[in-house]
Design a protein around this ligand. Structure first.
Ligand SMILES: C[S@@+](CC[C@H](N)C(=O)[O-])C[C@H]1O[C@@H](n2cnc3c(N)ncnc32)[C@H](O)[C@@H]1O
Length: 318
């Protein structure tokens, strides 16, 4: 068991720092230096995430979202939640836990979940996945010349949208508008902060380097007056529906999907939760439909309803 995580409480430190005189506090570094100075004077106070509070938070997250917080995540949890304690003017994690058990819980759960989720993502992350989507899945659909030209893709755990926009660029490249394709991407996440960013479709200009050159002109727009930002083209945005969905809850979708992306999401869940999730994905895929997982995830030995189609891409067989 790792010892309790401590995080400096900024409120009293600010007062202490002000007593020390000098310029107003501007950045984290300044706060840090002054905090140390205050500590030398013996006034330092800290937030401590003790065993009981950490166990409560870990149990809560596991029940609500499936996310497992093992003991080595304690430091991370402490660091991320300190901002919530400050925003709520709470003095301790014990007060935070009390809030989560009281009538104010509902208002805070969304913030707690948003703070704990890990949202790392990128455009065209694992490029081989998009080559397979382009050259095999979508190109085969076009070659079949279906009577009902329809494609449904779900990006489950879409984070800030880079994944569904990458799918949309790939789709728009293969499916020609004049062929009457009815194509849609459902993009869901539990975290409302990242969903807001995804819906806006605005990204730092440096993200451009992850987008294939041939797609940049077609699908990425400059933002007038802001050289540091890029925006996804309207053509892509109309292909995607962003929704909040907790994968741990019931799913309201009715139809079946051709492809489900659930990459780098299940790694945060325990094995029984993963098994249940992957079997539910099978229920939501057409026979022959594809499930994409992240590079560190696998279905081998987890469910027999899929076969390997490509590297970390699985085909539903039953
Ligand atoms: C590391 S990101 C992966 C983003 C993207 N799929 C990729 O591979 O680049 C994991 C995402 O899963 C979401 N997530 C975690 N638990 C979830 C749950 N129970 N329901 C829905 N989304 C969840 C997180 O909010 C986060 O945005």
């Amino acid at each position: 068991m790792v010892g309790p995580c401590r995080h400096r409480r900024r409120g009293p430190l600010l007062r202490g720092a002000q007593l020390l005189g000098g310029a107003p506090l501007l950045g984290g570094e300044c706060v840090q230096q002054r905090a140390d100075a205050v500590a030398e004077n013996g006034h330092r106070r800290e937030f401590e995430l003790g065993d009981d509070e950490f166990r409560f938070l870990a149990g809560f997250m596991s029940r609500e979202t499936g996310i497992v917080l093992s003991d080595h995540k304690r430091q991370m949890v402490c660091g991320r939640l300190v901002k919530r304690l400050r925003a709520l003017h709470l003095r301790s994690f014990a007060e935070y836990v009390e809030l989560l058990q009281g009538p104010g819980a509902n208002a805070e759960i969304e913030n707690l979940v948003n703070a704990i989720t890990t949202n790392i993502t990128n455009f065209f992350r694992e490029p081989h996945h998009f080559h397979f989507l382009h050259d095999h899945i979508l190109a085969s659909r076009v070659a079949e010349r279906p009577r009902r030209p329809r494609v449904r893709i779900w990006s489950a755990g879409c984070s800030s949208g880079e994944e569904p926009y990458s799918i949309a660029m790939t789709m728009a490249d293969v499916l020609k508008p004049n062929d009457g394709w009815d194509a849609l991407i459902l993009a869901t996440d539990i975290d409302t902060n990242v969903l807001r960013r995804a819906e806006a479709g605005l990204y730092p200009a440096e993200a451009l380097k992850h987008i294939p050159e041939s797609y940049r002109k077609r699908f990425v727009r400059r933002v007038p007056g802001d050289h540091d930002k890029i925006q996804m083209a309207e053509e892509l945005r109309t292909l995607i529906r962003f929704r909040r969905l907790n994968l741990h809850d019931d799913w309201p979708m009715k139809g079946l999907f051709d492809v489900i992306f659930c990459r780098n999401v299940a790694i945060y869940f325990d094995k029984p939760t993963q098994r249940k999730l992957f079997n539910r994905y099978a229920d939501y895929l057409n026979i022959g439909g594809m499930l994409y997982l992240g590079h560190a995830e696998s279905l081998i030995g987890v469910t027999d309803r899929f076969e390997v189609a490509d590297k970390t891409v699985y085909r539903r067989i039953k």
